[in-house]
Write a protein that binds this ligand. Structure first.
Ligand code: ADP
Length: 453
């Protein structure tokens, strides 16, 4: 069994991994940049190693320094968390070459799912339903026009190496296809060094539904149901819930089984998330994330499983702690991502937290690296806390979440707490009546309303 895990990350996810490790009697090694010397994950870990200056490229993305930290500390495994090096095939390969256990999927699977064209092809072969579109990359306008005529407009041009919503263009009609395809290609070239693009039918008003899956790397895989992450701003998730308010038990079982079977066929190892757009009862694969997700706690709340523990078990070559038949879904959970940002302009707001008070009480979980007196550094992601609340029903969950949001205090910096409080008063959110477009439109309406006041 694994004895010492190096956590190649920071913030709340580093703490989350540390907690799972200590509950399994595993020692932890924190790594940190000079900007994070006072961070909570550094204080709680059994050992800490400084891996470089503040910019992530010099520290949290610095592969030689992280490998050296593992060697110096005698860590026998590395958990990458999410973001940073978590979906870096090269890093996973180097870790394994150093005979350190990689708590993540096989490097080959990280590679396949990291290239969107290849991911879509693989997903199709494995029987996952796809958004209608080109069969792989499209290089010539003549070919693109033919596909456009077949699938119809509007359509969307997407970059094969895309991420974070970049390199995407919605094409309203055939006349704009050539110019928008060129634009998407050159945007993709400058952002990712690769101008390969492909075409998809543009879905007008879908929801974002994703399935949590787990494989043991030996041909067995299970699903842990879905999450609805439709409340997004600029393709960034803001609030997530499980189960999806519109998903039926039949849909969960049918799609979950398709996902689990696909992962079993692949021989997938560890945690993964298969993302779909969902419209008019149809599911359409968009991508797969080969890592733990920010929003994994809502799944933990309704299944009672510790997903980091499961990751560690399969990385150590042990079986998952449950079979599909033993997985149960009980009640409802919602997560609010709390960012150190202005709640209306979304301008980042790093700086000193003069007073911090986390919400508490029954079924309330706060994952955060904050404490009173902590200074949020300006170099990294602005998400500083996750508030996750459980209730036996969606209504009870919402009531408890409102109460918990009242209790949370983060003084000294701007946060998105007021945004979440307002969202939890909106009739559409209360009814689960929203799509991936809803939040942007709601923000625009509110901005227009405050301008006229
Ligand atoms: P990225 O990796 O850049 O985040 P995704 O493929 O996951 O790209 O898509 C990001 C978002 O873009 C989706 O959540 C959805 O809002 C939108 N999107 C992507 N493909 C389509 C499509 N075919 N139709 C409508 N919207 C889409």
């Amino acid at each position: 069994m694994i004895k010492k895990v190096l956590i190649a990350n920071r913030g709340e996810i580093a703490l989350r991994i540390h907690r799972a490790c200590h509950e399994m009697d595993i020692k932890t090694v924190a790594v940190h940049s000079t900007a994070d010397a006072e961070a909570k994950h550094v204080k709680l870990a059994d050992e800490a190693v400084c891996i470089g200056p503040p910019p992530a490229t010099d520290s949290y993305l610095n592969i030689p320094n992280i490998i050296s930290a593992a060697e110096i500390s005698g860590a026998d495994a590395i958990h990458p968390g999410y973001g940073f090096l978590s979906e870096n095939e090269k890093f996973a390969t180097i870790v394994e070459e150093h005979e350190v256990i990689w708590i993540g999927p096989k490097p080959e699977h990280i590679r396949v799912m990291g290239d969107k064209v290849e991911a879509k092809k693989t997903a199709g072969k494995l029987g996952l339903p796809l958004v209608p579109g080109s069969d792989g990359a499209v290089r010539e306008i003549g070919e693109a026009k033919k596909i456009g005529d077949e699938i119809g407009y509007p359509l969307i041009v997407k970059a094969a190496s895309g991420g974070g919503g970049r390199g995407m263009k919605v094409v309203p009609e055939a006349g704009k296809l050539e110019s928008l395809m060129k634009q998407a290609g050159s945007e993709a070239k400058s952002a990712f060094g690769d101008d390969t693009v492909y075409l998809e039918k543009f879905l007008g008003n879908p929801r974002h539904i994703e399935f949590q899956i787990f494989g043991d790397g030996k041909g067995n895989a299970i699903h842990l149901g879905e999450r609805d992450c439709s409340l997004q701003r600029r393709h960034q998730k803001v609030l997530e819930e499980a189960p999806g308010p519109t998903i039926t038990d039949e849909e969960r079982t049918r799609m979950g089984d398709i996902c689990a079977r696909a992962m079993a066929d692949m021989g997938y190892r560890g945690a993964g998330t298969i993302e779909f757009l969902y419209e008019d009862g149809g599911f359409y694969f968009i991508e797969m994330n080969t890592r733990l997700q920010v929003e994994h706690p809502v799944t933990e709340m309704i299944t009672g499983l510790d997903l980091v523990r499961e990751q560690i078990l399969v990385a150590a070559g042990q079986p998952l702690s449950v079979t599909q038949d033993e997985v149960t879904f009980t009640g409802h959970a919602i997560e609010c991502r709390i960012n150190a940002e202005h709640p209306e302009t979304f301008a980042p707001s790093p700086g000193k937290v003069v007073n911090y008070h986390a919400a508490g009480g029954m079924h309330v979980r706060v994952d955060s690296g904050l404490y009173s007196g902590y200074s949020i550094p300006p170099y990294y992601d602005s998400m500083v806390a996750k508030l996750i609340v459980y209730g036996t029903s969606r209504n009870k969950c919402i009531r408890r979440l409102r109460r918990a949001l009242e209790e949370m205090v983060i003084d000294g910096v701007d946060t998105t707490l007021p945004l979440h409080r307002a969202l939890l008063e909106d009739p559409d959110v209360l009814e689960g009546n929203y799509t991936i477009k809803w939040l942007e439109e709601w923000l625009e309406r509110n901005a227009a309303a405050s301008d006229t006041q």
